[in-house]
Design a protein around this ligand. Structure first.
Ligand SMILES: C=C(O[C@@H]1C=C(C(=O)O)C=C[C@H]1O)C(=O)O
Length: 317
């Protein structure tokens, strides 16, 4: 099932013909073991062209506009996204893209559903019995080329006031949304650094136990969605800024995708690091949190670093 980014749009639901259940392992080793290494030829385009839907300069202008709105005190954070179109000379095979993602991002939430393929590092909400978990990400820097520069970049991220503010807004919103439904709730005081193949993020893991009369899983997820990781805060104001500055329909990007079962358990990741695939065409989506000190050029570079997840999986260089 999937939630679109827009809260008023209907939820998508699919009933699988077959389900395979993995043990609750934190890594995906068992899944990976069943995913063969893609062969060089499998669905690989001979030629492709990339085109951003909006010129990068225009997106940078929107970033500057959103940062000014934050400085004027209209909101604390807005997430602005870009769309990059890819056209290939052969059909893009979603299953091949998914396998490549599984190899590069073994700990991510992998999905190929409703035309969207991706590897998201972000968990909106998982529930088993009365235990819930969320993994909130905001604040980003690229990976370093060697261990030393990688460590330097990670400590820069931890010291960056701009990135800490992006993260704080998210942390507070997730804790606020869940706390009244829980008997206890735990979150790391300072964000951890999550290292992915292409970027590193500030991360807060939230774990909680729900009260006996807690709201159902989908209601809890709907209370969280969309978090400031993909929308901003306050939510209504951020929706307004996104509508004004982006002006296109995000569809399932910036939504949530995963499974729910008849016992009221489920797991929904945030639909980021993904592309919509239609035959020879793909649309990649990528967004950044914008706060008072966001610099348009640096934000543009950050979107390019984040694209380092889905883009290589589409073209397998
Ligand atoms: C919105 C996206 O990513 C989100 C934005 C982040 C940021 O601005 O630092 C970090 C992780 C994600 O929560 C995306 O990848 O499209």
């Amino acid at each position: 099932m999937a939630f679109p980014f827009q809260r008023q749009e209907p939820i998508r639901l699919a009933v699988p013909a077959r389900t395979l259940s993995l043990e609750e392992t934190p890594d995906h080793r068992r899944l990976l073991a069943s995913v063969p290494t893609p062969s060089a030829k499998s669905g690989e385009p001979g030629a492709f062209a990339l085109r951003p839907s909006e010129p990068p300069e225009q997106w940078c202008g929107s970033v500057a506009d959103a940062a000014r709105a934050v400085r004027r005190g209209e909101l604390r954070k807005a997430v602005l996204a870009r769309r990059i179109q890819m056209e290939c000379d052969t059909d893009i095979q979603p299953s091949v893209v998914l396998r490549r993602l599984a190899h590069s991002f073994p700990s991510a939430y992998l999905f190929s559903a409703f035309g969207l393929v991706g590897a998201s590092p972000e968990l909106l909400l998982a529930k088993r019995g009365r235990r819930v978990e969320s993994r909130a990400l905001a604040g980003t820097i690229r990976r370093g080329g060697d261990a030393e520069s990688d460590r330097r970049l990670a400590s820069w991220l931890q010291e960056s006031g701009k990135n800490q503010e992006e993260h704080r807004v998210l942390r507070e919103a997730v804790l606020d949304a869940l706390t009244s439904s829980t008997t206890w709730i735990k979150a790391n005081e300072r964000p951890e650094t999550l290292k992915l193949a292409n970027v590193q993020h500030l991360m807060t893991r939230v774990r909680a136990e729900l009260k006996a009369d807690h709201p159902p899983f989908l209601r809890l997820a709907a209370m969280l969605h969309p978090t400031p990781a993909v929308c901003g805060w306050p939510r209504d104001k951020a929706y307004e800024v996104i509508e004004r500055l982006e002006g296109w329909d995000r569809g399932l990007y910036g939504g949530a995708l995963g499974w729910v079962d008849a016992e009221g358990n489920g797991c929904l990741c945030v639909t980021i690091r993904c592309a919509e695939i239609h035959g020879k065409n793909a649309t990649m989506y990528v967004g950044n949190g914008i706060v008072a000190d966001s610099d348009p050029k640096e934000e543009l570079a950050e979107t390019r670093a984040k694209l380092g997840a889905i883009l290589p999986a589409l073209i397998a260089p």
